[in-house]
Design a protein around this ligand. Structure first.
Ligand code: B12
Length: 444
């Protein structure tokens, strides 16, 4: 079959999900093309022509985001909120206008709100969760007239009733097809300084109350072998002509031995490349580990501190202490690894005093690549423990509200304080502040 996968991203990021599923669908024997919304100047024209030329039998739309908050100097409180759903709707409309091909939805931004998306776009099929095995299986059933409704992760309407099959996580990540970065033209990404991303594992063993990952991907780690990760890196270097990759999973350094094994394999590899990660957990960041990162060509890490308040680390169940945050910052500061740190302020229990406690710890260090502060916690799904709690306390009214984008801000933070907070933080050297507002009118 001919399968067109549309990366619906309108934000500058690697089309990671789209290229991983594209690789899997191609390996299953289909002819695949990838269309990237990100660079389309005239969507109607460009997507329309692509569909006319390629004549796909199936169109997969990869949905990564529902909304975005972006630091914009002149926006209220320095952050602009964008609802990204209409952009996906536009894509679906163009597809429908030009073809009768079956449309299947998927992607990380789809999995949380499968039903909402299908209603919003008036479409019949989607696949929740990891698509490497389920999407090819869906295509096989489609080609052979088999039972589409048995495909893991499949969501569909039968009559006026919505159904959903539980997703089945991919067990052996090493045996999956390589991500099909060769199906995208990397030049425009490179111009925008976007780095191709590699996923090194699935799963998360932690219990952080605001994060859905461990429930989404499971607590048991499913690890890619260092050799397999290198194979992906080599193929990316070859096809994209870049020498940098980002490792894009949760907590690069958990499990610790896996991170060490990856660094050792990278250091021993003959091919010259650099790597970075946006998510280092402040646990086990020793001088030795920093040296390993340095020796393996690490060009940037972000230490995901989130908070350095005793009470908040406990309430968020982050599983580390303020001392571990300090140890990590000290080891990184002694190393040559260029690092940034990130904070997430506003989770349940946060008060001006806990924020002051966090900031006073950060004051003792200088992160060369700055400190990224997010105020306001996104609320997506019941997979985040704070959601059932927030619902009980009447924080939001119905689940449809989640699809519009809800932000949680601790009631312990007075509004007058929050209005001043971004400005106060911006006076600190190297601080970037993203204020996820509950709504545009919230600050009035
Ligand atoms: C890495 C990452 C980033 C990186 C991007 C790195 C890159 N790609 O270059 C950075 C740090 C930049 C980032 C930023 C943001 N991110 Co982010 N990010 C992630 C993360 C952790 C991994 C995504 C990834 O690459 N996965 C690896 C690939 C292989 O998996 P995948 O994309 O899930 O694709 C699989 C399936 O979804 C499915 N699939 C995908 N497409 C399709 C299509 C079809 C047809 C089918 C059937 C299946 C299918 O199969 C794929 C293979 O298994 C996810 C959380 C997560 N664990 O998923 C959040 C996530 C995508 N991010 C999220 C958000 C909100 C953001 C921000 C908007 C945050 C902000 N500003 O406050 C920004 C956006 C900035 C920007 N310009 O993009 C949310 C989106 C949720 C939503 N409802 O909108 C997520 C889901 C996090 C969450 N909390 O759950 N992010």
């Amino acid at each position: 079959m001919k399968v067109l996968i549309i990366s619906s991203d309108s934000l500058p990021a690697a089309p990671t999900g789209a290229v991983y599923v594209a690789g899997a669908v191609r390996a299953a024997g289909h002819e695949v093309q990838v269309f990237e919304r990100l660079f389309a100047k005239d969507l109607q024209d460009e997507l329309g022509s692509r569909i006319k030329d390629f004549q796909p039998d199936v169109v997969g739309i990869s949905i990564r985001f529902v909304f975005d908050d972006e630091i914009v100097k002149d926006a209220p409180l320095g952050t602009r909120h964008t609802d990204l759903r209409p952009q996906v709707k536009e894509i679906a409309e163009v597809v429908r206008k030009h073809t009768d091909a079956r449309i299947i939805l998927g992607g990380p931004g789809f999995s949380y709100y499968a039903r909402n998306w299908m209603e919003y776009l008036d479409l019949d099929y989607g696949i929740r969760g990891e698509g490497e095995e389920s999407f090819p299986l869906f295509l096989k059933q489609l080609a052979q007239g088999g039972d589409l409704y048995s495909v893991p992760g499949c969501t569909y309407w039968k009559g006026s009733k919505y159904h959903t099959v539980s997703p089945l996580p991919v067990q052996d990540l090493d045996t999956q097809a390589l991500p099909a970065y060769d199906l995208v033209d990397w030049e425009p990404y490179a111009e925008r300084k976007i780095t191709p991303a590699v996923l090194t594992k699935r799963g998360c063993a932690f219990f952080c109350t605001y994060c859905p990952y461990s429930k989404l991907e499971g607590k048991r780690y499913r690890l890619k072998s260092p050799q397999r990760i290198l194979d992906e890196v080599h193929s990316i270097i070859q096809t994209t002509n870049t020498r940098k990759v980002m490792l894009c999973e949760n907590n690069f350094n958990a499990p610790h031995q896996h991170a060490e094994a990856i660094c050792k394999a990278f250091a021993a590899d003959k091919v010259d490349f650099e790597w970075g990660t946006g998510d280092l957990r402040p646990v086990g960041i020793t001088d030795d580990f920093c040296r390993l990162m340095e020796d393996s060509g690490c060009f940037s890490v972000n230490l995901s501190i989130e908070s350095a308040s005793v009470a908040m680390l406990k309430s968020m169940q982050r599983g580390y202490s303020v001392q571990q945050v300090r140890n990590s910052l000290e080891a990184l500061s002694r190393s040559k690894v260029p690092f940034s740190a990130s904070l997430m302020l506003g989770a349940p229990g946060e008060t001006p005093a806990t924020i002051a406690e966090t900031l006073s710890v950060l004051d003792d260090y200088q992160a060369p690549n700055g400190v990224w502060v997010t105020i306001g916690v996104y609320v997506w799904t019941d997979y985040q423990d704070i959601v059932p709690e927030a619902r009980k306390s009447g924080y939001f009214k119905d689940d449809d509200e989640l699809f519009k984008g809800v932000v949680y801000l601790s009631p312990g933070l007075p509004r007058s304080y929050l209005r001043e907070l971004p400005e106060m933080l911006r006076t600190q050297k190297g601080y970037l502040v993203q204020f996820n507002k509950p709504s545009e009118s919230w600050m009035l």
